[in-house]
Design a binder for this molecule. Structure first.
Ligand SMILES: Cc1cc2nc3c(=O)[nH]c(=O)nc-3n(C[C@H](O)[C@H](O)[C@H](O)COP(=O)(O)OP(=O)(O)OC[C@H]3O[C@@H](n4cnc5c(N)ncnc54)[C@H](O)[C@@H]3O)c2cc1C
Length: 478
């Protein structure tokens, strides 16, 4: 494929495919390597320059409307449609659906291969949508592809895969701790062939976009079921169903993320047919678990890309000849170099952990990779925060202003410690599972000590383990 790119000013440029970490290189097909190089160049040369156009088009739509907020959310920047066309010409579309589970629907890449690509997508605010790999649509498309009926697929998956509509996933509620989904209160009850929904949801990402046509909603259909994991169902609610009201849009540390946004939505006697049920009544937990596994690592992959972008900006500032505090360039101040080195170590280690999680999913499924997914879900946002903080610091006042992308990246990156379940939930699960090995380890360590005692005797040595005391008699066991 010939690539009519003009920009390649960086003489030391080494394509992404040649920078794949060596431990996973053998797992990446030649086709994926070619696509990876294309993704990198598409992002660097077309999406990143278009990011400012996207932001400006939204701002102008707000300014032109009598209500700035409505104007921003009603806008649909034309630059994004141009980028989508360009991505399709390049064959970069829907790369996120992994080939081992979605032979028909996907673009034929593994999670690991997509992970390498998603890193580049994470460097731009337009790139993920441009290649139709943006959250929450990616997770929602997986739900349709995995659990949808033929009718649901035709009605919703097809236009989503074609990039014609967008979608939202509605689980979190303002009045309960939603990180524990058994708390979800929204009720749905059956009347004839219809389900009737009442309640409220918030942090419904994507609901601000006028192209968002379908909500995937979790609600309580059987509150008295003896299993608290069988009380919920997941059902499809078209955004224009009577009784649905987008009450307001939420901000993330002052950013509205328009036109996508995060909605607070009321449901008042919202009626949908039984055929809108996903998988079956009472199986909501299965659907949610199936959706969140891969989605969590997509966020982690993009966060590595954000961290690399922060690093680019950091290095550019350190080497800017116009910046010479206390008589020398920033790059000559040792404290900055130590921070650069620390950032490099953290990013490279985190990337390996992400790729390992992706490959573990490829070898089994998201369930068999619970530990690896939890590790990166917790670790990567921390690394991103560290690197962004160092980069922002190096820019001084500019670092926290709108003149660099760093402040907005920080606001968005910080949410990763909360979205798809807060850090603590993953840490507890990880800690609990690790701790389960403790009993067996205690026995092994005791057996090793016993063996040491035997060896000591055999070699005629005195065993000097001061802790080898009989608890009852207080005498040495030796
Ligand atoms: C930008 C953004 C986008 C989002 N997009 C969506 C979306 O599209 N759809 C959707 O449904 N939701 C979405 N969410 C919501 C998100 O998933 C929830 O905010 C998250 O799961 C936490 O739930 P909660 O807000 O109800 O907080 P709670 O469940 O009340 O948790 C609050 C805090 O309590 C602490 N905590 C919780 N559990 C434990 C524990 N076991 N041990 C110790 N401490 C604990 C943690 O510090 C946690 O942050 C989004 C959130 C943000 C910020």
């Amino acid at each position: 494929m010939s690539v009519p790119y003009l920009i390649n000013s960086d003489k030391g440029y080494v394509p992404a495919s040649q920078r794949i970490p060596s431990v996973v290189k053998h797992l990446v097909s030649d086709r994926a390597k070619k696509a990876l190089d294309l993704v990198e160049r598409f992002v660097e040369e077309e999406c990143i320059p278009a990011d400012a156009v996207f932001t400006q088009q939204i701002r102008e739509a707000g300014d032109a409307h009598s209500s700035n907020i409505v104007g921003r959310f009603e806008s649909h920047p034309s630059v994004i449609e141009d980028l989508k066309k360009r991505a399709q010409e390049l064959g970069l579309w829907n790369m996120f659906l992994p080939k081992n589970h979605f032979k028909e629907e996907g673009a034929g890449f593994s999670n690991l291969e997509y992970g390498l690509m998603a890193e580049y997508l994470g460097r731009s605010i337009t790139a993920s949508e441009a290649v139709n790999c943006a959250a929450p649509d990616t997770g929602n498309m997986e739900v349709f592809a995995k659990y949808g009926t033929q009718e649901q697929k035709a009605q919703w998956l097809k236009p989503l895969m074609d990039g014609k509509i967008r979608s939202a996933f509605l689980m979190t509620e303002p009045q309960v701790s939603s990180s524990d989904a058994t708390n979800i209160e929204m009720r749905m009850h059956k009347e004839g062939n219809e389900w009737v929904l009442n309640g409220q949801k918030w942090w419904s990402s994507g609901a601000g976009d006028k192209r968002c046509k379908i909500y995937i909603v979790m609600a309580k259909s059987d509150p008295n079921n003896s299993s608290k994991y069988k009380q919920q169902s997941v059902i499809l609610v078209p955004a224009d169903t009577p009784g649905v009201t987008v009450h307001r849009m939420l901000g993330v540390m002052g950013y509205d993320d328009a036109p996508h946004g995060h909605g607070h939505i009321y449901f008042n006697n919202v009626r949908v047919p039984d055929s809108n049920m996903i998988l079956g009544a009472g199986r909501g937990f299965e659907v949610v678990q199936g959706r969140l596994g891969p989605g969590r690592i997509h966020h982690a992959m993009r966060s590595i890309g954000s961290a690399e972008k922060a690093m680019d900006w950091y290095l550019a500032r350190l080497n800017d000849p116009a910046r010479t505090p206390f008589g020398k360039q920033l790059a000559e101040h040792a404290i900055q170099l130590e921070r650069v080195a620390r950032s490099r170590v953290e990013i490279d280690s985190a990337r390996l952990a992400v790729l390992n999680a992706a490959n573990t999913i490829d070898e089994g499924d998201a369930k068999s990779a619970l530990k690896e997914i939890a590790e990166v879900k917790v670790e990567v946002p921390g690394v991103l925060m560290n690197v962004l903080d160092r980069a922002m610091q190096a820019y001084g006042g500019a670092g926290v202003s709108q003149d660099t992308p760093l402040a907005q990246m920080w606001a968005s990156g910080r949410t990763m410690r909360i979205v798809d379940g807060p850090d603590e939930v993953h840490m507890i699960q990880l800690g609990r599972n690790e701790s389960k090995r403790g009993g067996a380890l205690l026995k092994r360590i005791e057996a090793q000590k016993e063996k040491t005692r035997e060896l000591m005797k055999q070699y005629g040595l005195k065993n000097e383990d001061p802790l080898a005391i009989n608890r009852v008699s207080g005498k040495s066991k030796l």
